[in-house]
Design a protein around this ligand. Structure first.
Ligand SMILES: [Fe+2]
Length: 276
């Protein structure tokens, strides 16, 4: 019995070895099996990851991202580079003799927008607000000075006797940001919701905003002019006492000429939309 089995086994082995077609088939089968075994999940390109993280983080009007979604989004944005949008680092498409800001819209829906701003050297984006919005900003390239204020009483118009339609604001950010800096975030009423950019070098800034600006829903962009905070008799009575913070009056103004920006068609990787 033992001998028979051995003979039979030997026969089978010889048959397998001697049949090239079967050998090939066997090899292919093994290869397919091993490929199945080592197959990894599809690689998600960085922009798609940003989109999916935004879908989770931005829940719509009247909300801000939860602390954990906030952290996830910061982490994803911190890892992004110009190459992820197939953008060149030389910014040669910017006119060196112009200070007109250019932007490209990467993605937009009701709950959030992803866009990139390109600022030539010395270009300025004047003080403007983001009503009810949370904004994640990351300098992808270059060096930019950011000045940002929060309103002291966001829902009240402070009207000192000599001035009208002024709002008291407290300086929150007055720093230079580069691509080495982590993502900065501003919220509807904190961390500098009203901000201005001045490009120290040509720069590229990624903005992730939620919910999106919407004029019909009361989320239009307003522009402001700074007025020095002078302590008058009226202010001594009604305004915060000197506490080491820097205050300014902000006066809402018409859209300034330097706020006009040119649009550039987005030609980078396309986001694949999924149902929220
Ligand atoms: Fe902004």
């Amino acid at each position: 019995m033992t001998t028979e089995v051995k003979q039979s086994d030997q026969k089978r082995r010889i048959t397998k070895v001697d049949d090239p077609s079967k050998r090939t088939r066997r090899k292919r089968c093994c290869r397919e099996t091993s490929m199945k075994m080592i197959r990894s999940p599809p690689v998600m390109f960085p922009l798609q990851k940003l989109y999916l993280t935004c879908l989770d983080a931005f829940k719509g009007v009247g909300t801000v991202p939860s602390p954990s979604d906030d952290q996830k989004l910061r982490h994803v944005i911190d890892g992004l580079m110009p190459e992820d949008f197939e953008l060149p680092r030389n910014l040669q498409f910017l006119d060196p003799d112009s200070t007109v800001v250019v932007y490209t819209s990467v993605y937009q829906c009701q709950n959030f927008s992803i866009y990139i701003l390109f600022l030539p050297e010395n270009a300025v984006i004047p003080l403007h607000n983001h009503p009810g919005m949370t904004v994640f900003s990351k300098v992808l390239l270059g060096k930019v000075h950011v000045k940002a204020y929060d309103l002291v009483n966001p829902h009240i118009v402070d009207n000192p006797p000599s001035l009208s339609q002024l709002k008291l604001a407290c300086l929150k950010v007055d720093n230079v940001f580069t691509s080495r800096c982590n993502t900065s975030v501003l919220y509807p009423t904190s961390r500098g919701n009203i901000h201005a950019f001045t490009a120290i070098t040509p720069c590229m800034i990624l903005d992730v905003v939620g919910p999106s600006y919407s004029k019909k829903d009361g989320r239009d962009c307003s522009y402001y002019k700074e007025i020095p905070y002078i302590v008058s008799q009226y202010e001594q009575m009604t305004m915060p006492k000197e506490d080491g913070k820097c205050y300014r009056w902000l006066e809402e103004i018409k859209k300034p000429k330097e706020s006009e920006i040119d649009r550039l068609e987005y030609l980078g990787p396309q986001i694949v939309e999924v149902s929220p």
